[in-house]
Design a protein around this ligand. Structure first.
Ligand code: ARG
Length: 457
C-alpha cells in the first residue's frame, strides 16, 4: 500500500514501481531514518502536537524496529517504495493508529534531506580517519627512508637528486589538503533541514532547535526551499573524494612504475600483488592499477551529481533520488581503495640501492656542478655552458661527472679543482637543499614531525 493512497484508485504498475523505488539503495540509511524519526517524534511530543504517550510509544516502536533490523529479525521489503515508507509502514503495523501520527508536521522531502546528511556525516568521518591512517603510514616510511637518495623527475626525466622520504611526504601534503576539503564539506552538511516540510515548512508549532540538538546538527537551515533541495554537500563530497582519487591514482601510477624492472625501486608484498595465469615470472601491481582505474568511477559519480542538480527548479524533484547511488558509490569506492592501498604502502619493500644506482646516472648533479662554479665567481650562464659541455663529454665517453678526471674538467674551465667531486656528491647535493620544503634528510625528518603533530590534533 502506498503512502499516497486516497487520491489514487489503482495500485502502481509493477514495473513502474520498480523504476520509481529507491529501496534497493536507500535501505542502507535505515538507522539514520529511524534516528531522524525518533527525534521528530520526541519534538512533536514535546511541543504538544501529538500526545506525550503517543510520542513515547512511537519512539519505543522505532527502537524495536531498529533492533530487529540490526539483528536480522526484520528484513526490508524489496517492494517498498523507499526506506522512509517501509519504516513508517512497519511502525504502523506494530502500533496501529499511533504509528500513523509520526508523519505529522513532516514530509519525506525534509526526511530524506536529513537522513542523507546524517548518513554522510558519519561517512566523511570514516574516510577522514582512513586518509589520516595513510598519512601516518607515509610518515613512518618517509622517516625510515629520509636519507635514501633517489632521482627526482620532471617530464619523467631524471632531474635532480631528492630523497625517497621527501617524495613520500609530497603525498602526505596532498592528503592533508584532502582532509581540509572533507572538513569543509562536513561543515556544509552539518545543517538540519527537518521542519522544512515538503517545501514551505508547516503551520504546526514545531521547535526545530529540539530536533537539531537531538540529532547533533550544528545549525538549522534558514530557508525551507533550500533546506529540502540543497545537495551541494553531495557534490562537494564527491568533488573532495574525486581529488582524493586523483592523488591515489597518481601515487598508484608511480608505484606501478617503481615495481617495473626498469625502475625496481620498490617491491610489493606478496599479499598485495597478483600473479599471471600464464607467465610464471610475473608479479603484478594489480591493486595499484585498480585504484588508478577506480578513480574513473568516482569522477563519474561527481559528473552524475552535477548533472542531476543543474536543471531542477526549486524545490524537491524526484531527480534528486538519483543523488544516492552516485554519492554512495563514490564513498564506497574511496573506502575500498584506501582499505587496500594503505597496507600495500605499509608493507612494500623499498629498494634504496636501486634508487641510488639510478640517481648515479642521468647527470642529476649537473645543476650542482654549475652552482659550484658560480660559488667560485663564474656567472651562472657561463657555468651552465661549461657543465653542459662536460655532460656531453661524459655521454660521449660513457662515463659520469663523478668519474670524469680533473684534467677533463680543467680543459673545459680552469676554475675547477678537486673540490668539485665533493660538490657533486649526490648526498651533498641533497643535504645542501635544506631550505624549508627541501629534500635534505634533516628536512624530511622535520616534515614528518610536523605532519605527525597535525594528524594527532
Ligand atoms: N526516495 C525519495 C528520494 O530519495 C524520497 C523523497 C520522496 N519525496 C517525494 N516527494 N517523492 O528522494
Amino acid at each position: 500500500m502506498k503512502l499516497w493512497a486516497g487520491r489514487f484508485s489503482k495500485e502502481i504498475d509493477k514495473k513502474t514501481n520498480d523504476f520509481n523505488s529507491s529501496i534497493s539503495f536507500d535501505s542502507r540509511m535505515y538507522r539514520e531514518d529511524i534516528e531522524g524519526s525518533m527525534a521528530h517524534a520526541e519534538m512533536i511530543g514535546a511541543c504538544g502536537i501529538i500526545e506525550k504517550s503517543e510520542s513515547e510509544a512511537i519512539i519505543s516502536g522505532l527502537k524495536e524496529i531498529l533492533a530487529d533490523l540490526d539483528s536480522g529479525a526484520l528484513t526490508i521489503d524489496p517492494n517498498a517504495e523507499d526506506i522512509h515508507t517501509f519504516i513508517e509502514g512497519e511502525l504502523t503495523q506494530r502500533l496501529g493508529q499511533t504509528g500513523k501520527r509520526l508523519h505529522t508536521a513532516r514530509s519525506r522531502n525534509d526526511q530524506v534531506a536529513v537522513d542523507i546528511r546524517l548518513y554522510l556525516k558519519k561517512e566523511v568521518q570514516t574516510v577522514r580517519a582512513m586518509v589520516k591512517e595513510l598519512i601516518a603510514v607515509l610518515c613512518n616510511k618517509a622517516e625510515a627512508y629520509a636519507s635514501a637518495v633517489m632521482p627526482g623527475y620532471t617530464h619523467l626525466q631524471r632531474a635532480q637528486p631528492i630523497t625517497f622520504g621527501h617524495h613520500l611526504m609530497a603525498y602526505a601534503e596532498m592528503l592533508l589538503r584532502d582532509i581540509d576539503r572533507l572538513d569543509s564539506t562536513y561543515k556544509h552538511m552539518d545543517e538540519m533541514p527537518l521542519g522544512s516540510g515538503a517545501l514551505a515548512t508547516t503551520t504546526y508549532p514545531i521547535d526545530r532547535t529540539v530536533t537539531a540538538s537531538l540529532l547533533g546538527f550544528e545549525r538549522i537551515s534558514q530557508n525551507s526551499l533550500d533546506g529540502v533541495s540543497d545537495r551541494d554537500f553531495c557534490m562537494e563530497l564527491a568533488s573532495a573524494l574525486s581529488i582524493i582519487m586523483v592523488h591515489l591514482s597518481r601515487f598508484s601510477e608511480e608505484i606501478i612504475m617503481w615495481c617495473s624492472w626498469e625502475f625496481k625501486y620498490v617491491e610489493l608484498d606478496d599479499a598485495f600483488s597478483t600473479g599471471s595465469s600464464i607467465m610464471p615470472q610475473k608479479k603484478n601491481p594489480d591493486i595499484a592499477e585498480l585504484v588508478r582505474g577506480k578513480s574513473g568511477r568516482v569522477f563519474g559519480d561527481l559528473m552524475t551529481l552535477l548533472t542531476v542538480m543543474k536543471g531542477i527548479a526549486l524545490a524537491y524533484n524526484k531527480d534528486m533520488q538519483e543523488d544516492k547511488e552516485a554519492i554512495f558509490d563514490a564513498v564506497d569506492t574511496v573506502k575500498m581503495c584506501l582499505t587496500a592501498f594503505t597496507p600495500m604502502i605499509d608493507t612494500m619493500r623499498v629498494l634504496p640501492d636501486n634508487m641510488r644506482k639510478a640517481a648515479a646516472k642521468g647527470f642529476i648533479n649537473a645543476t650542482d656542478c654549475a652552482d659550484y662554479l658560480v660559488k667560485k665567481g663564474l656567472p651562472f650562464r657561463d657555468a651552465y655552458k661549461a657543465t653542459g659541455t662536460l655532460v656531453a663529454l661524459c655521454i660521449e665517453k660513457g662515463t659520469t661527472l663523478e668519474e670524469l678526471p680533473l684534467e677533463e674538467y680543467k680543459a673545459v674551465c680552469d676554475t675547477f679543482d678537486e673540490g668539485v667531486y665533493e660538490a657533486i656528491s649526490l648526498e651533498n647535493c641533497v643535504n645542501g637543499r635544506n631550505v624549508i620544503g627541501g629534500p635534505a634528510s634533516s628536512n624530511v625528518i622535520a616534515q614528518v614531525e610536523r605532519v605527525r603533530k597535525l594528524i594527532a590534533e
